[in-house]
Design a protein around this ligand. Sequence first.
Ligand SMILES: Nc1nc2c(c(=O)[nH]1)N[C@H]1C(S)=C(S)[C@@H](COP(=O)(O)OP(=O)(O)OC[C@H]3O[C@@H](n4cnc5c(=O)[nH]c(N)nc54)[C@H](O)[C@@H]3O)O[C@H]1N2
Ligand SMILES: Nc1nc2c(c(=O)[nH]1)N[C@H]1C(S)=C(S)[C@@H](COP(=O)(O)OP(=O)(O)OC[C@H]3O[C@@H](n4cnc5c(=O)[nH]c(N)nc54)[C@H](O)[C@@H]3O)O[C@H]1N2
Ligand SMILES: [Mo]
Length: 710
Amino acid sequence: MTLTDLPMPGTATVRGACPCDCPDTCALEVTVEDGVATRVRGDRSHPFTRGGLCVKMNDYERTVYSPDRVLYPMRRTGPKGSGQFERISWDAALDEIAARFTEIAETFGPEAIMPVSYLGTQGILNGLNVGDPFFNRLGATISERTYCDSGSCTAYAMTVGPTAGVDPESFVHARYIVIWANNMLSTNLHLWPFVAEAQRRGAKVVVIDPVRHRTARHADWYIPIRPGTDGALALAMMHVIIGEGLTDEDYVARYTVGAAELAERVRQYTPEWASGETGIPADDIRTLAREYAAASPSVIRIGVAIERHAGGGQTVRAISCLPALTGAWRRPGGGLLQLPLWAFPVDFPAFLGAEFIRPGTRVVNQWLLGRALTGRLELDPPIRGLMVYNSNPVVVCPEQEEMVAGLSREDLFTVVSEHFMTDTADYADIVLPATTQLEQRDLMFSWGHFYVTMNTPAIAPLGEAVPNTELFRRLAARMGFTEPVFTRTDEEMIEAAFDWSSPVLEGITPETLERDGWARLRLPGPDEYAPHAEGGFPTPSGKVEFLSSAAAGGNFVLPLFRQGSTEHQSGEPVDPLPHYVPPREAPGTGPFPLTLLSPKSHAYLNSSFADRPGQQRVQGDDTVVHMHPVDAAARGLVDGAPVCVVNDRGRFAARLQVTDDVAPGVVVSPMGGWRKHAGGATVNTLSPSVFADLGRAPTFSDNLVEVRPA
Ligand SMILES: Nc1nc2c(c(=O)[nH]1)N[C@H]1C(S)=C(S)[C@@H](COP(=O)(O)OP(=O)(O)OC[C@H]3O[C@@H](n4cnc5c(=O)[nH]c(N)nc54)[C@H](O)[C@@H]3O)O[C@H]1N2
Ligand SMILES: Nc1nc2c(c(=O)[nH]1)N[C@H]1C(S)=C(S)[C@@H](COP(=O)(O)OP(=O)(O)OC[C@H]3O[C@@H](n4cnc5c(=O)[nH]c(N)nc54)[C@H](O)[C@@H]3O)O[C@H]1N2
Ligand SMILES: [Mo]
């Protein structure tokens, strides 16, 4: 990017794209006056996001120009965690990083260095894979990233293949909408108007969730469920649908594999049995199954949270079978919405640098980072160098106390690239300034709609901030890496980002996107799009695989979620039929009888924005835990009481909110708040670093705790 690309004097409107890790990827319009961004608003002409921005983004210019921004490279001057730093030059920072990484690699081997990153921005250029070629070339430990949807995607791909699924805009045609483990009005806001429109046209909206959240309050039927038992519900629905002959026999015969085996399998999963698991009356399970099967088309929206317990993968396997059994896929607005990201022809291999990976390079899952840093996870060589970008692991990873202990190690050299001094940045040796979306160029896919969006830089970088792409160009140059991938410009990366010759991009070029801001993929419109009306599933058989051939090949992690690899990484074989995996530990008994959920905060984006005063005012600036009146009474706790939430991994302080919006036996404390604001530990202190059954998904909903007076 050069300054001459930028609108300078006068007033201009620049088209952008929200960078947030959210399904909605809103199209932005940035007003720039004399080089200063004065207003950020949504593009009203965008058919999906329609001009409305959420509470996180509707004053984004304040975040960009916040006096708290990190604008210059800094070196630590005080003890780790103290947040004491001095400004240094980019040259000094790059010299020090190159010298320390080289020394670590020569002394202990390059695997002693580990990158840590996730989705601070989800731009194709600056997001998930931006550092992968650099670290693969260096020979660093491969950092496996399975925070989000990896178990769900694995299960979905095993069953229906990596299909975009239902067009979210065609939800208006649905007659029956099941919102399953998704607080849409907080986390997928722009899908809601399509649901509401369907509801106005007579559709029934069902919400299945242990929490009666703001979305559930708009449902026609709210079904509370015990966390981690959704698999039992889905299997029992199949028991009813198959047992009562409510299947679309023609669809099943033509477009599915393993129907007879599935029927045999689900015979055992009666509504009475599922009622015992889920806490839902058996008659309600029957009613749900019958209504779902009778309505046409019916659609299921699953949230990411559905995967976060021991049996999360099998839950998604079971749910993915439902629309094929009833033939819901036949019509626009029928089927399943999981992750429409698969519709975009992203050329991931062009961004992974997988060609640099030396055979046998070790893989460490970021979910185990705390343990990897303290040595509880034995690693040879131990991690000596860490580079964090696009992530705030202190807040978003489990076993937070372990993480902090690990990051405090004096023999660990840590680099953090950030917008703000997060709880993680406080432990850095070197902090580097990163640009925000208004200061950088990027190209965005979406995991919530079918539009490509171009983000054109609106203003010059503030201070000495650089885009992640530029950061890794600079680091590569310092390390002497000269392969072409390390000198590509942002414009060349945009050329490489998609297979521009793909039919879904016909007539769409970087130039048209820069002009228009966004474009719908060249797919049939939402009134016609029924991708699986006649099968055509991207599975090995081309059909919905009730009996999954991929499962036999092993429990895999899709390449997208792994750093640097274009291969599925396979593990142990998996039962090819969907089955029930109960929560790891049974709540209700033992020293920790309550299940703790830590869903997203309405006003924060994971831990981003949790330091912004405007967003704090909306969210409320103290840590809360919600509890049912019965559980509160049993503990002699009253609304507003200061409490301590504990388990054998640690404790955090919170204010109690007594509410019958949560089911008995469940407590809820939203994630995202920072330690430095909470004055100590936050909710992930209590989360386990145990994986779910598929795709190495995290299990923070499978988390038993007790709540005590402070
Ligand atoms: N405002 C806001 N929006 C966001 C984000 C944010 O941090 N803030 N984060 C973005 C990201 S990265 C993601 S992954 C998405 C996630 O968005 P969602 O998919 O909505 O995920 P969560 O908010 O974690 O949880 C949604 C609901 O799942 C419920 N739940 C938890 N466990 C279970 C269970 O076992 N069964 C059932 N049926 N329900 C359960 C919770 O009670 C919660 O109400 O949101 C994105 N959008
Ligand atoms: N208990 C619990 N834990 C969870 C979850 C949960 O629901 N409950 N959700 C999980 C999920 S689904 C997800 S996706 C993860 C999210 O985990 P992360 O992706 O780590 O999300 P954030 O906390 O938003 O941290 C992103 C950081 O990147 C920085 N950043 C933003 N843009 C840029 C940039 O362009 N360059 C650089 N260098 N930095 C940038 C931001 O300032 C921010 O500090 O958390 C997971 N952790
Ligand atoms: Mo996520």
